[in-house]
Design a protein around this ligand. Structure first.
Ligand SMILES: *C/C=C(C)/C=C/C=C(C)/C=C/C1=C(C)CCCC1(C)C
Length: 240
């Protein structure tokens, strides 16, 4: 009977020390809950702020769907779901760039700012994927190119055009922009750490064997849900 049941079981067992499996599972749940929260709150906002909160929900929803697949993929193969990971990022990171544009529109942000940031984020992710999955023996080189695009984004929001717009907007928009800047500088910096930890023969030893996927999963929870909540509370303040 037991063998029959395990033959038809669709849910693989998960060891209590399986931190990768665990963070995929919790990450999936958290992304779903956050999406429900953002979507169900939409009615309380007028059209000007609704789009921003909608995009927050889309970011966590896209992640929830990918986490569903990544959790499954990891549970059944034990491998890192690099492909799903980067498909998720290539959809959600540009949407985070859109969020910067949307909140700075009050100060006259132009679409060119949005496209510049989207372009930089795509370069960052495509070169990162290349180093992580294709040209793995040149991971350091591709990681450096990706890092350059990342620092360009950091420059743009901390010191460049986006910063000037945030200052022109002032008040709640300026404070929200500042918090988002910290997310990008500190929260996004978690990812290159994961990348280095996951690259054999590079820094893979110095993080005490902490798995790359655990680092990425923690980063995603902080950056997608936290970032979305900053937008949400800005919308709540502006609505009041
Ligand atoms: C929701 C997902 C987010 C916010 C993902 C962000 C990903 C990054 C900021 C990745 C950056 C990388 C580098 C700066 C260098 C090494 C390669 C990457 C792609 C891990």
């Amino acid at each position: 009977m037991k063998t029959l049941l395990s033959m038809i079981a669709l849910v693989p067992e998960m060891a209590s020390t399986d931190y990768v499996g665990f963070t995929f599972f919790v990450g999936c749940m958290a992304m779903m809950a956050a999406s429900a929260f953002f979507f169900l709150s939409l009615n309380q906002f007028d059209s000007k702020w609704r789009t921003s909160v909608l995009v927050s929900g889309l970011i966590t929803f896209i992640a929830a769907v990918h986490y569903w697949y990544m959790r499954d993929y990891f549970a059944s193969t034990g491998d890192s779901p690099v492909f799903f990971r980067y498909v998720d990022w290539i959809l959600t990171v540009p949407l985070m760039c859109v969020e910067f544009y949307l909140i700075l529109k009050v100060a006259g942000a132009k679409q060119s700012l949005m496209w510049k940031m989207i372009g930089l984020s795509v370069v960052m992710l495509v070169t990162g994927y290349w180093g992580e999955a294709v040209a793995t023996d040149q991971a350091a080189l591709w990681g450096a190119i990706s890092g350059a695009a990342y620092f360009w984004i950091v420059y743009e929001i901390w010191l460049g055009g986006a910063k000037k717009l945030a200052e022109a907007a002032g008040g709640d928009v300026l404070s929200a922009h500042k918090i988002l800047c910290w997310f990008v500088l500190v929260g996004w910096a978690i990812y290159p750490v994961g990348y280095m930890a996951g690259t054999e023969g590079w820094y893979s030893g110095i993080f005490g064997g902490l798995d790359m996927d655990v680092i990425y999963n923690i980063g995603d929870a902080i950056n997608k849900i936290g970032f979305g909540l900053v937008i949400y509370s800005l919308a709540v303040k502006k609505q009041a």
